[in-house]
Every structure is written in C-alpha cells, then in structure tokens.
Design a protein around this ligand. Sequence first.
Ligand SMILES: NC(=O)c1ccc[n+]([C@@H]2O[C@H](COP(=O)([O-])OP(=O)(O)OC[C@H]3O[C@@H](n4cnc5c(N)ncnc54)[C@H](OP(=O)(O)O)[C@@H]3O)[C@@H](O)[C@H]2O)c1
Length: 427
Amino acid sequence: MSTTSTFVQSKEAEGNGQDLFHRHIFVEGQGDSTDTTRSNSPIDAKLQTSKQNVLLLHAAREKYKLIEDHAIPTLIHNGEILVKVLAIGLNPIDWKAPAFNFGIPALPWINGRDFAGVVVQVSNESSRVRAGDIVLVPSTDYRDIRKAAFQEYAVATHYNAARIPSTTSINEAASLGVAFVASTLALGVSFGLDFSTISGGAKGPNLPQVLKNTDINEIPEDIREECFSSAPESERIQRGDWLAIWGASTTTGYITLQIAKLCGLKVICVADVARHGAKLLDAGADLLVDRHNTERAVEIIRGVTGGRLRFGLDIVGKDTAALLQNALFRSEDDGPQAHLLGLTGIPKEQDPRIHYHTVPIKLFHTSPAVGESMVTWLEGLLQTESIKLPEVVHAKGGLAGVNDALDILREGSVSGKRIVVGLDSQA
Ligand SMILES: NC(=O)c1ccc[n+]([C@@H]2O[C@H](COP(=O)([O-])OP(=O)(O)OC[C@H]3O[C@@H](n4cnc5c(N)ncnc54)[C@H](OP(=O)(O)O)[C@@H]3O)[C@@H](O)[C@H]2O)c1
C-alpha cells in the first residue's frame, strides 16, 4: 500500500480540555479523504529519502546557495524533535553574520534563527511536544547546524519549541521567536522582572527563582555573572517602574513593550513617532519620544522621569546605548543602581554608577528549566492572545527566495515588520 501525507489544520482539545493547538493529521492511502487517521509516526515522502534542500553559506560576504541533496539532520540526543519547516522568520543577523563575518562557526554553514513547522519525529514520546504538533522554534543554538532554520527539516529540543494555537497563523508564529527570547531574558533575567505577577491567564515564570533552583553547571560560565546579576531583590525592576526602550519599533522592542505592560511597567518608547507611534500606543506605550532629535529625546526622558530612570534597554547599537545612558539615574550612594542593557552593544565609555548588561541569550537552549518555562509561557500568551504578533510581510520563492528577502531587510524598506518566507503552500 502506498502512503501519502496530507496537511490538515485541526483543533484538538489537549489535556485540560481548554488548550487548542494546531495539529497535523496524517493520511494513509493515496489521499483518500475518508481514510483519515491520526498517527504518532508521521509519514513524509521526502523524509524517507533522507535528502533535503538547504541554503549553504560557503564564505563570508557571499550569498547563500541552494543545495538540493543535503542530508536531513538526525536526532542524537534525548529530548530532540525533528521539525518539517513550513515558515522562516528573517532576523537582521541572517544578513549581518555573512556580511560582517561573525557568528559563523564553520564553513560551509547553514544559518537561520526563526522557524515554524510540523513535528515529524520525537525522541521522547512522553514530552510536551508530540509528532503532528505545529510549533515555533527560536533557534538560538546557532553552533548546532542541525538546528538552523534555512533548511527543510530542522532539529530542536522540545524545551525550545512552543506549540502554536489554532488561532495563530504559522507565518506569524515564525516571526517572533528570537525577539520573544531576547525580550524575556533581558527583562526577566538581566532586570529581574517577575512574570508570575501578571494578572489573568498568562502568568509567566519568575526567572531569578528558576535560576536559583537550577544546577549552576547547566549555565555556561561566560553568562553566569549576567544570569545572577538581578539576584539582589532591591535591584530588580518592579511594577510601576519606568523602562525606556530605544528602538521600540524593532520587533524585539515591540514584544518587550507588550511584556513590560503585562507586568505593570511604565514604558517610554524611543522610535520614529510619525512612522510607528500609532502601533506603539496601541501596544500600550506610556510615552512616545521621537528618535530623530536625540539630544531632545534624552532631555524628555530625564524630564518625565524626574531624572530617576533606572532601566534602559537599547535595541539599536552602541551610539544609541550611549544616548540612553545619558538619560539614566546616577546613584551617588549605596542605593539601587541604574541598569542599561545593550542588545547590540554597550557604550564604549561607561559610568561606574551604572550596571551594564548583555542579554544571556544562550541560557534559552542551555538550561532546559529556563527554556521550558519560557516556551510554555509563550504558548499561554498566544492562546490567551495576550500579545499582538509582529506584522508579517510574506516573501515568495521558498528557500530560493531568502537572498532577495534578506536584501530587502538590509535596505530597511520593510520597517517595523518581519519578513517571513513560506516553505509550504499552506503556511
Ligand atoms: N543579542 C541578541 O541575542 C539579539 C537578539 C535579538 C535581536 N538582536 C539585535 O537587535 C536588533 C533589533 O533586532 P530586531 O530583529 O528586533 O530588529 P528589526 O525588527 O529588524 O528592527 C528594525 C527597526 O529598527 C528601527 N531603527 C533603525 N535605526 C534606529 C535608530 N537609530 N533609532 C531607533 N530605531 C531605529 C527601524 O525603525 P525606523 O522605521 O525608524 O527606521 C526598524 O523599525 C538587531 O541589531 C539584532 O541583531 C540581538
């Protein structure tokens, strides 16, 4: 008997009867719609050939090349899953890494940080994620080529995959993973924001507490200091505190703003107000400050916060981080300090009265406890529609269209939106 696999979007009541997630129904027997069965061992014609299409980077400053007979990655560790990629979300790093020759562990290499797709294999049947689930995966573990997004099949760990509800489109789901991880770790770990204080159904983890209960050896040495930097409770950001985001119109800024608002922070958004102001207000911004007159922007932030701003997050670069630094409070005694996190770099000239942070992004994939707490929270946020997803621009051409889409991203003409490349006509 020959077998085929058909993509069907379905709703299925999960354990508690409430949660609705996308699932994939596998069909046996020449596409006969009356012969529909749900299977835990999905059948996928391409998977059986062990070969797939991938985009390979052969050298820095070169375009990605489409390769059609690359091996499909295999599961080698317990807890890993294989995902058939249906949509890829493009991040600035996807063009910056080859252009500036960083973040490429070896050559040739496969890149790509955000994808959504259907789980086609699991190594542990009892895990939260099962074959047939539609998941989004922020692929922060870029040193493991099996986990890259620019391929038809990618490996993930179950604790880095969030099941997406049937109300969320697969393309939208591919747009927010890395932004969510960066926002959550910046606010939750570096600034110590407690996501369990959210009122309503989308409570998140208290990450300083999760870290306290984590085996220290699970945390890479180079990020340990950052992971415990918010250990003193007096230093943590609290409900009612001001947070300034420089670059609030970035996808990461947009997600950070919304999470901060869920937790009761007052948020100042520095962005092109004419272009992005309406969207940022709609997402809850308390104050919009235009980014084009930077000196005036610093004065406004200082004026509105009475010079007491303790938390700043820069999502643009070293220069804007230095500007944001000028808007921060400087403690002259032993009281709580100001904290500045630079997502793309911290200022060259630093002030000893300010605590500087870099986001401990690899914590997401090195600590199962942290990763799992974050993806289960993300599932809850999506199910309860507690966050608005980034606006998506669809790029055509599948993997072959990625180079052109990255050129558009690099030019900056698609601003405040995520470019998503579909690999499946039904994505
Ligand atoms: N360290 C990490 O692990 C990590 C994780 C995630 C992201 N990042 C980095 O964070 C940055 C943002 O990433 P993303 O994916 O969120 O970006 P994105 O969605 O592509 O953001 C682009 C936005 O940046 C805004 N922008 C450009 N120059 C600006 C300026 N001088 N001041 C204020 N806004 C400005 C643009 O707005 P206009 O319309 O005003 O031009 C545009 O809306 C990237 O550099 C990325 O590599 C780092």
